[in-house]
Design a protein around this ligand. Structure first.
Ligand code: ZN
Length: 279
């Protein structure tokens, strides 16, 4: 089985007051060993055998929401800070008429480098006028020395990301609570991938979009079997429950969905799990 691997051009849809554009900032390559399965090693090995490829390639996406008030971003990609193959969306945004100084708000789904590093221009803020709304549970967790100690060393990336975020944006960081955050946008907690992992629901009259961050990384695989995870989920069992619930809500509500590693889609309830079709 293969997921999408090519860098895709920006693509836009309208939801309520917003025109929403998906920007792909680069492609991240993970080893197949990064797959996990809640049901154990036998289940994991059968998923790996079915995948049939030593690597998994993941688009690194973020979203620009444009209305009459300006530009809000949901996440920011990895930017050049993540490596030379990232930061591609900066040119694409300029081509779409979005300058860094036009961005008034950034809503983060969680504190991981491939969602946050796009905020940085070396040690300076890339978005000179932006307020950054960060899920408050993630900010508290990733700035807590005791939580850092209790987290396996290989999973500690978010802690240094949070420090850098605070150093660079300082008082322009706001805690993002659950519920209404900006006009037509509701924050919903989706814990598991990180403790404060959050999705943003854009309410429209005709269609609703749920930008759900890293609820899943592999659209086809994890919608069919939500118990498939990746090692990047800090609490795999909680993440699997959240994934199942988010898929169920999106399917029942008829919502469009969009994620950090999948583009726009729509969730359908099937006899064996769910399926996500392209929008
Ligand atoms: Zn993540």
């Amino acid at each position: 089985m293969q997921e999408r691997t090519t860098l895709t051009a920006p693509c836009s849809h309208n939801f309520g007051r917003y025109e929403v554009t998906c920007f792909c900032d680069g492609v991240f390559q993970a080893p197949i060993g990064a797959l996990i399965h809640i049901d154990g090693e036998t289940a994991r090995q059968s998923v790996i055998a079915e995948w049939g490829n030593p690597n998994i390639q993941l688009d690194v996406n973020f979203y620009a929401l444009r209305d009459t008030n300006g530009i809000t971003l949901v996440d920011t990609g990895g930017g050049p800070s993540l490596g030379p193959s990232f930061g591609l969306a900066r040119i694409a945004m300029r081509d779409a008429g979005i300058l860094p100084e036009d961005v008034s708000h950034v809503l983060l789904t969680h504190i991981h480098d491939d969602h946050v590093f796009g905020l940085f221009d070396g040690s300076l803020p890339y978005f000179a006028n932006a307020e950054v709304l960060v899920p408050e549970t993630d900010m508290a967790f990733f700035l807590d020395p005791a939580a850092r100690e209790a987290t396996p060393e290989a999973r500690r990336g978010g802690f240094s990301v949070a420090e850098r975020l605070q150093e660079t944006y300082g008082t322009r960081i706001q805690k993002c609570p659950e519920g209404h955050v900006l006009p037509g946008i509701e924050a919903r907690r989706l814990p598991g991938h990180t403790p404060g992992h959050t999705g943003y629901l854009l309410h429209g009259n005709d269609d609703t979009l749920f930008i759900w961050g890293d609820v899943l990384h592999l659209g086809a695989l994890q919608s069919r079997d939500p118990n498939i995870g990746m090692i990047y989920d800090l609490s795999p069992v909680v993440a699997a429950t959240t994934r199942q619930t988010a898929l169920e809500h999106a399917a029942r509500g008829g919502w469009a969905v969009a994620g950090g590693h999948i583009g726009f889609g729509r969730v359908h309830c099937m006899e064996d799990g769910y399926r996500i079709s392209e929008l």
